[in-house]
Design a protein. Structure first.
Length: 628
């Protein structure tokens, strides 16, 4: 079993005596034990081999991590399909090889590396260590590396890539995933997350150089190499200055009596949100003491995702009540997402991502309108959203005269499209995805919870001078542009074959290549399947959105106007579903909306029971198909 030239750390006799009888698996075991220098992950594989755990060995070693949403994300642990020292080294070697091919000035422009505060004692694996190994691979090849000396928000990496004119960057983070996970997020020279064809080409390059090079394990290069620079102060100072470009009421911010509570969910956000509030002239927000410092165990929340709503915001809401703070802002562990809650008559309203987008869209356009030059052309202005997000920005754009575009899910699509628009002289004010990801302005071509937090604070302070709450303003926005009622949720599914079976059943519902035509009493008018590139609403039956073969997403448009989408997450083991009903602007109240839609569309029962027919349809399909 032991191949010629094996590393001296590998005990040949042990490997031979514990042969699995599977040539492919034996080779994978030999490679791992030859290449891995992390004793804890190496011991995990050795123990599995000695205990005859061949199936688990095969699961860990005979498949490789693939690029999902702009990079890698998985549990931390031993094996080629997990995040660990070796797979990070292999990935970085592939990226080096690809960037060397793409950029003749790679070794002049350099590479950015950042990290969050995740870690796992059992595998001696932390974000900082993985970041050091990422840097080591490049420094050993004489590539200048901008390595942050401490943890930073994810948005700082794409921002730094652009500011420093680097060819690319990596952020070690798993964002709001469970504590066992970590990730490797890659940004291109344009400051946007990588997308096809770069991801596919990088995978090819990784597969061509899986054995660690000389120097790739030398994480001490971060401390000793003259090619390593720390961009922290320069980037932080520049980011805060650029943030002021979207600050419109600094004097009002300085005078407001409104109090804010901020929770950073045990992640990186505390210091950076404090500085952002200072840049806008605010008093610093009140931090949740139990959650302001980094904690890789996320010890006070059942899951570190503020998108889960009131159940995970408990500590911040109770602190806000104690401090008489009206607004709570919550950044996720890597500070690229933002949740917002507002106190109203003793109760709390936790805004959805779609509701916050309605407020941000109104705010960013109204500030632009008040501050633009006389010769500014509204037809040059853009806002964007992912296709599974609310169409409220489209409604605002239609009434106000600016442009709205939608993209495939994921900020890698938004960021790249925004960069294209900027390069063509367009002005982009705002972009979002419904999963509480917001881009205010264009300093960062990715979602950014730090800037979104301070913008919502300024909005709330401004509205208070008009005797309006955020919720009251949201009602005004809907009354002006039309109510947009939406529902989003998900099912956890850890079995990829089950997920594949569900979507294949939808594509072959009543026979080969046929989709469902009805949901109870409701007709399905159109089906769009971006996985296959099919769209029944188009004359040529081809999707306008790019084909995305590596993910699953099908959208059903009902005859009654409801739009429902079923898709897989690119970063978590989730099947997500979305449904939205849009009303016309002249409908001035929720009651009028319900009555009018019910009468106009012939629905039976209340709006709550009726408008989400698509939601119920998808839930039933998931339940039935997963059991079949």
């Amino acid at each position: 079993m032991c191949e010629p030239g094996a590393d001296g750390d590998v005990n040949s006799n042990v490997l031979i005596s514990h042969s699995t009888g599977d040539e492919q698996l034996d080779k994978a075991v030999w490679q791992w034990l030859s290449w891995d220098k992390n004793q804890k992950t190496k011991e995990q594989i050795e123990n599995l081999l000695q205990n005859g755990k061949h199936k688990e060995l095969r699961d860990r070693l005979c498949c490789r991590l693939t690029f999902g949403t702009a990079g890698l994300r998985s549990a931390m642990g031993a094996g080629f399909c997990y995040i660990n020292d070796l797979t990070v080294i292999q990935s970085t070697q592939g990226i080096y090889k690809y960037l060397e091919r793409c950029f003749s000035d790679f070794k002049q422009r350099g590479f950015v590396v950042g990290y969050d505060t995740r870690g796992q004692v059992t595998s001696n694996c932390s974000s900082k260590k993985l970041a050091k190994l990422t840097a080591a691979v490049l420094l050993a090849k004489d590539v200048p590396v901008y390595f942050f000396s401490t943890y930073v928000p994810t948005p700082f990496v794409p921002y730094a890539v652009q500011q420093l004119k680097a060819v690319a960057g990596v952020m070690i983070t798993a964002s709001h995933n469970r504590k066992e996970d970590n990730g490797y997020k890659v940004y291109w020279e344009n400051g946007a997350q990588i997308k096809s064809p770069h991801d596919k080409e990088i995978i090819k390059c990784i597969e061509e150089c899986v054995e660690p090079w000389n120097g790739s394990w030398n994480e001490n290069l971060v401390d000793t190499s003259p090619l390593r620079q720390d961009p922290l102060k320069k980037i932080c100072d520049s980011y805060m200055e650029d943030l002021k470009k979207i600050c419109y009421h600094r004097e009002l911010n300085m005078q407001t009596n409104l109090k804010f509570v901020h929770t950073s969910f045990h992640g990186v956000g505390h210091d950076y949100v404090q500085w952002a509030f200072k840049a806008f002239g605010f008093q610093p927000p009140i931090p949740v003491p139990e959650q302001k410092d980094p904690d890789p165990d996320f010890s006070t929340v059942k899951c570190p995702n503020p998108e889960e709503g009131e159940s995970v915001l408990e500590l911040s809401l109770r602190l806000a009540e104690k401090e008489n703070a009206k607004v709570v802002v919550a950044t996720d562990p890597d500070a690229d997402r933002l949740a917002v809650a507002e106190q109203q008559n003793g109760c709390w309203k936790v805004f959805t991502g779609n509701e916050l987008a309605a407020l941000f869209g109104w705010w960013m356009f109204s500030r632009w309108k008040e501050n633009c030059s006389k010769d500014a052309d509204v037809k040059n202005v853009y806002m964007l959203a992912t296709t599974v997000s609310s169409k409220i920005l489209r409604a605002i754009a239609l009434k106000e005269g600016f442009n709205f575009e939608e993209t495939l899910p994921g900020f890698k699509w938004i960021g790249s499209r925004v960069k294209d628009l900027l390069d063509n002289g367009k002005e982009v004010l705002f972009a979002f995805e419904e999963s509480i990801g917001f881009m205010c302005g264009t300093s960062v071509l990715d979602k950014d919870g730090v800037s979104a937090a301070v913008v919502i604070a300024e909005m709330a302070a401004y509205l208070e001078t008009k005797n309006l709450s955020l919720a009251q303003k949201l009602t005004e926005v809907y009354e002006r542009y039309g109510y947009h009622i939406s529902k989003t949720s998900y099912f956890l599914c850890y079995d990829p074959p089950t997920i594949k079976r569900i979507f294949e059943r939808l594509r072959n519902f009543d026979g080969p290549q046929s989709y469902p035509k009805f949901c109870g009493d409701y007709n399905i008018l159109h089906v769009r399947d971006v996985t296959t590139g099919y769209d029944s609403s188009q004359p040529n039956k081809k999707s306008v959105l790019p084909v995305s073969k590596n993910s699953q997403m099908i959208t059903f448009t009902f005859q009654n106007g409801c739009v429902a989408t079923l898709r897989t997450s690119g970063t978590e083991p989730k099947i997500k579903y979305y449904a939205e009903m849009c009303a016309l602007p002249e409908q001035r109240s929720v009651e009028a909306l319900c009555a009018d839609i019910t009468a106009r569309l012939g629905w039976k029962g209340s709006i709550e029971a009726s408008f989400l027919c698509g939601n119920g349809f998808l839930c039933c399909l998931l339940r039935d198909l997963s059991l079949s």
